[in-house]
Design a protein around this ligand. Sequence first.
Ligand code: GLU
Length: 296
Amino acid sequence: MNTPNYRGRFAPTPTGPLHFGSIVAALASFLDARKNNGQWLVRIEDIDPLRELPGADSDILRTLEAHHLLWDESIRYQSQRSDAYDAFIAQLSSHNHTYLCPCSRKTLIKNNGSHSPECKPLQAHNSQQYAIRFITKPKHYQWQDLLLGQQSYLSKEGLDDFVIKRKEGFYAYQMAVVCDDIDQNISHIIRGSDLLDSTPFQLALYQATNTSAPQFGHIPVILNASGQKLSKQNQAPAICNKTASFNLQKALFALNHPPPNTLHNAPAKEIINWAILNWSLKKLPRTLAIKKDSIA
Ligand code: GLU
């Protein structure tokens, strides 16, 4: 397959080591890029120092290497992108898509989502004690998901004006991810279904900046025995690099691409090469979640 200018990416937040669910997501986006003769980039989304674990970024990169998930171009760190994010916010503000908001989440809940009369358009202003919010218009945000088919979200019922820069001065995920996906010319985003709800927010930002959105495909997240999504918060075990081949085989089972028995003890590189040749989005499970215990 050859999809001209295919550019995919894996964009982990360095809050801890990769777990099985994150390897599944990295593998799916990597294989889809390689199958399409595309580029695959890695971006470390380190814009929230309060949630990050020192050293997690290099740990993540070592795990990707051990699993032969080798990236193109140099790693991008979002912590080094403040100028680009300020410029992106300034662009949105110059088209009246933003306002300064002093409201805390608590006050908004108490007032049923109504903002304080103090909220005002973003001007040359000391924005220190204000969050910057993006104004969402009442409309349907739709996309044809590569895996889940037609998706449609109505804003204003579910999509409040969302924060793009927090009061504390931190940039928000929804804004930074779109700014970088545009800047890095990402054409295809294959990621976990836990980010399905973020996609309409991100589409709103593409529309506001008059940029065409990439294609999105949301793969199932992996659940633990109690039905919770594997995550650092619920102590999902870190992936062990010494068992890379076994991890890859299990991840391929989860993605409905079981490798043949002949690859049983093969090195990671051989499993990856087989998987690139045999990869097809059509074979992927069309569900939002899979229990880890149910994977062969
Ligand atoms: N950094 C986000 C996360 O780790 C993923 C961003 C994305 O794939 O859009 O959840």
